[in-house]
Ligand binder design. Structure first.
Ligand code: NDP
Length: 478
């Protein structure tokens, strides 16, 4: 049964959104020379602020500032001193967490309960975690020598958390950074620039350049960058790999996924159903490791599908700033068009669509939580990343068939196994070609745990001790 809840909107008075934002270069906000653009609230389509675009000359200034800071201040600084800055940043993130969470939900469309309870605390935890490594690099096993200037390009699905995943290990290892947030979600990165000022971080250690894909391209192609770190689509990842090929730049790519969430007939069904919901509807399915392919053992497929529909019917879609909201807005008109097109493809290929019967707000970008049954492996909705609240349901009979189906994808970022049998879980985990395998849970993250993919999901690991490797040169102590 679905209860009616009174509206419980989070106050927006905690954030002070400026009319316009410049680029953050060498510790100051500086005008950009490209054409500025508006960033909007995807839940209402209202403009939030005017954002500067960095052109090639701006990127060059940012990289020069990062180089200078690397050569003169941050590179030579001891790990112990660097750690103090990182701890300070982590504490400021905690202190300003409400402001960051509200701003993230306004600009991204994600429910406030997710930005408040997941994105921002996990981002702070990353800074705390890597602050702890800064003076212990010699024990990490990957060397102690930083690479230099890191160019970092991040997507719109977890704007602040992806910033933390990129910046915290880079700084801990002694690199300086130029980071480009996604065009649709620049605001929390620009608030982070203010946090760097508040933490007295030396100018040029962190630079934030806003703009669209062209700004990202100019940044990763800049000749004085030593390291490129990218999270986003496989297609852009490929373009970046080509742009970097033949240079001495180090590259890590965190790309898409089409994870199998595998439910065996001995699984605890209620927990599994909640795990399925969390796996695909968390953050509107805008999650690279989303459990977007459900593989259910045939004997329990009807029961699981029925219970899943019941559980989905209790999800609340609407105002992202309402503390009761489970499903927020799709991040952009373009992403909504993509999701809509995939769903139409599911219909025309003969799969059966079922969506939660809910009223969609009249303004903004919305898509109801949806499942497709009767899906075969050949269907596009079973093969390609939809990046929205759409689940494809497939069935299997034996563990071997489950493994074959799960691995039948060009991706390999994550997978989930639901079973009461420990031996089966261990066997399956060994067979699955996925960077992360969750057992009887899904979408669990910890700064101490490495994350990354196989095959077209990219290469390199973020998080944990392994995350240090991407930002350190192999070899002798510094
Ligand atoms: P993109 O890969 O285009 O965007 C990721 C980041 O790269 C953004 O900051 C983007 O800027 C920037 N960028 C775009 N083109 C270039 C380029 N040539 N060189 C350097 N940087 C570039 O993802 P989209 O936002 O277009 O999303 C498209 C699809 O990608 C989604 O439908 C989803 O399937 C997948 N995706 C996967 C993510 C993941 O976490 N694995 C995250 C986001 C998307 P700008 O924002 O201005 O375009």
């Amino acid at each position: 049964m679905k209860f009616d809840y009174a509206p419980a909107p989070e106050s927006t008075s905690v954030v002070d959104i400026k009319a316009s934002y410049d680029l953050f270069i060498e510790g100051e906000f500086q005008a950009g020379h490209g054409t500025s653009f508006k960033t909007i609230n995807p839940a209402t389509e209202e403009a939030l602020a005017e954002i500067a675009t960095a052109d090639e000359a701006d990127i060059d200034r940012a990289v020069k500032a990062a180089r200078k800071a690397y050569d003169k201040v941050w590179g030579p600084m001891s790990g112990t001193e660097r750690a103090k800055y990182l701890f300070r940043i982590a504490r400021i993130i905690q202190e300003r967490s409400r402001e960051l969470a509200v701003l993230e939900s306004l600009n991204n469309g994600k429910p406030i309960k997710e930005s408040r309870d997941f994105d921002i605390p996990t981002a702070a935890a990353h800074f705390f975690y890597y602050a702890g490594w800064a003076d212990k690099l010699e024990y990490g096993g990957f060397g102690t020598q930083p690479l230099g200037v890191a160019a970092q390009v991040i997507p719109w699905n977890f704007p602040f958390l992806m910033l933390a995943w990129k910046i915290a290990p880079a700084l801990a290892c002694g690199n300086t950074v130029v980071l480009k947030p996604a065009e649709t979600t620049p605001l929390t990165a620009l608030l982070f620039a203010e946090i760097c000022q508040q933490a007295d971080l030396p100018p040029g250690v962190v630079n934030i350049v806003t703009g669209a894909g062209g700004t990202g391209r100019a940044l990763v192609s800049h000749p004085d960058v030593n390291k490129v770190a990218f999270t986003g689509s496989t297609e852009v990842g490929r373009q970046i790999a080509k742009a970097v090929a033949g240079t001495t730049k180090r590259l890590t790519l965190e790309l898409g996924g089409k994870a199998a969430n595998i439910i065996f007939d001995d699984a605890p069904i209620d927990q599994a159903v909640d795990g399925i919901v969390n796996g695909i509807f968390f953050n509107q399915g805008h999650v690279c490791c989303a459990g977007s392919r459900l593989l259910v053992q045939e004997s329990i497929a009807d029961e699981v599908t029925e219970r899943l529909k019941q559980r989905m019917s209790t999800l609340r879609l609407g105002d992202p700033l309402d503390k009761n909201t489970d499903i927020g807005a799709i991040n952009s008109a373009a992403q909504l068009a993509t999701v809509t097109e995939f769903a139409a493809d599911g219909d025309s290929s003969g799969a059966e669509r079922w969506s939660v019967a809910c009223e969609l707000p009249s303004a903004g970008f919305w898509f109801p939580p949806t499942i497709f049954t009767g899906v075969s492996q050949a269907h596009r909705i079973a093969r390609e990343e939809i990046f929205g609240p759409v689940l494809s349901v497939l069935t299997f009979r034996t563990p071997k068939e489950a493994v074959e189906k799960a691995n039948n994808t060009p991706y390999g970022l994550s997978a989930g196994i639901w079973s009461e049998k420990g031996s089966r879980i261990l066997w399956m985990a060994g067979q699955l070609r996925a960077g992360v395998v969750w057992a009887n849970t899904f979408n669990k993250f910890d700064p101490a745990s490495p994350f990354g993919g196989f095959k077209e999901s990219g290469y390199g690991r973020e998080g944990g001790r392994h995350g240090l490797e991407s930002y350190l040169a192999k070899g002798g102590a510094k």
